[in-house]
Design a binder for this molecule. Structure first.
Ligand code: UT7
Length: 382
């Protein structure tokens, strides 16, 4: 029996702090007219003192799980796509696992830059539809503002922060991801780079060990993006056994409105079939597609049975496209009191569980240290 990974829950989180183009013009030599006309961006969200990549990922994940009324202790897999983890190690996904109380979940991060969510969604979808896992949480979360050079007007005006999540569940009826197309071209790696560790880190960082900021050859990435988006989308559409005419909504990576319009032209899709929210958030890297997808659903742009194409591209160079059959049941807008209470209980339980686990590690450490001391004393006596 063939299985499908249905999207049963979806959620997003963007930081409260809004940074407009005029705000940026006070920091670097730029202006609202240039940014809007060259990129389509009007404002972006920037993490404040309290938001982190993990906290945004958690908020998006909880929203997705709550929508599906899913108990986090039943989640079997968590994949977080990010290039701005709070730490290189441990993975953001394991922090999410702990906070939400997903005691049974495998958890790992996946790095494919701005294509990260399409990669993570493809991997998780395959693991669910193969029968390896019954469900999965896929998250794209980024704090891009932490890796930007705020003196470089060519990059700092483009990016923003946020997170989006899908909760996938195995189902026997057709739906969810029908096909995907992933690709890479490492020869273009130097066109878009971020912070480094290891040998390449040493000469790049100054004496204060400041991380290297994001650097980009904008025109080259622009050329690459306009070439690859249509091609990748076409490949996924063909793999799904569909044609361009079957596509109801196109949700591209929100990097530049001119790139989006070029991809729509290549695919011969009218702009009414293209979802755009770049004016609100800028380029949120791996969070851009899930945030846009969630907003498209919230705005009623999808109805049951619609075929959706998502396409991402970014550093690596990498790209990814997927065709999704939207079969989710309409979700009640208002949460019932019982659901709110259930969620409250679930996340309180997660906090207590996390505390107990942490105490368990401390107690294990005490026991081991005690045993070592006793063994040492015994050896001395002998
Ligand atoms: O997720 C993937 C990540 N990256 C991307 O998708 C980026 C793809 N590339 C792009 O979106 C575009 O190449 C940019 C938006 C980055 C740049 O747009 P462009 O039309 O390619 O501009 P440009 O780099 O050719 O620069 C044109 C002019 C330059 O001045 P001169 O040399 O013509 O005098 C730049 O110095 O615009 C200047 N410029 C700016 N002016 C005002 C560059 N950035 C700014 C700025 N404000 N923020």
């Amino acid at each position: 029996m063939r299985r499908y990974a249905h999207i049963r829950g979806w959620g997003k989180y963007v930081p409260e702090r809004v940074m407009t183009n005029d705000d940026l013009a006070r920091i670097v030599d730029t202006n609202d007219e240039w940014i809007r006309s060259r990129t389509g961006i009007a404002e972006r969200r920037i993490v404040g003192e309290t938001d982190t990549t993990t906290s945004m990922a958690v908020k998006a994940a909880i929203e997705a799980l709550s929508m599906a009324d899913c108990d986090p202790s039943t989640v079997e897999l968590i994949v977080v796509a990010t290039m701005t983890p709070d730490r290189v190690m441990p993975a953001t996904a394991t922090a999410v696992q702990d906070v939400i109380g997903a005691d049974r979940a495998a958890a790992f991060d996946l790095g494919a830059a701005c294509s990260g969510f399409v990669y993570a969604y493809s991997v998780a979808s395959q693991l669910v539809s193969s029968g390896a896992y019954k469900n999965a949480l896929v998250i794209g979360a980024e704090s891009m503002s932490h890796i930007l050079d705020w003196n470089d007007r060519a990059t700092c005006v483009l990016f923003g922060d946020g997170a989006g999540a899908f909760y996938l569940e195995a189902n026997e009826s057709p739906g969810g991801m029908l096909a995907f197309e992933l690709g890479s071209d490492g020869s273009g790696g130097e066109l878009l780079t971020g912070p480094t560790v290891g040998n390449s880190y040493k000469p790049l960082c100054g004496p204060d060990l400041k991380l290297q900021a994001l650097e980009m050859n904008g025109r080259a990435v622009f050329r690459f993006a306009t070439k690859i988006m249509g091609k990748a989308a076409d490949a996924a559409i063909q793999e799904a056994g569909l044609t361009r005419e079957d596509i109801d909504l196109f949700i591209p990576h929100q990097a530049n409105i001119r790139i989006i319009e070029s991809a729509a032209r290549q695919l011969k899709l009218p702009m009414e079939k293209v979802y755009v929210n770049i004016h609100r958030y800028g380029n949120t890297s791996a969070a851009s597609i899930p945030v846009a997808f969630v907003e498209a659903v919230e705005e009623g742009r999808l109805k049951r049975g619609d075929n959706v194409v998502v396409v991402g591209f970014g550093g690596g160079l990498t790209w990814g496209a997927a065709v999704v059959k939207w079969v989710a049941e309409p979700v009640p807008v208002e949460s019932s009191g019982a659901r709110v209470a259930r969620n409250w209980f679930r996340y309180q339980r997660a906090r207590i569980g996390s505390f107990q686990n942490r105490m368990g590690h401390v107690v294990d450490e005490w026991i081991e240290t005690g045993a070592r001391i006793v063994a040492k004393q015994k050896r001395r006596r002998e």
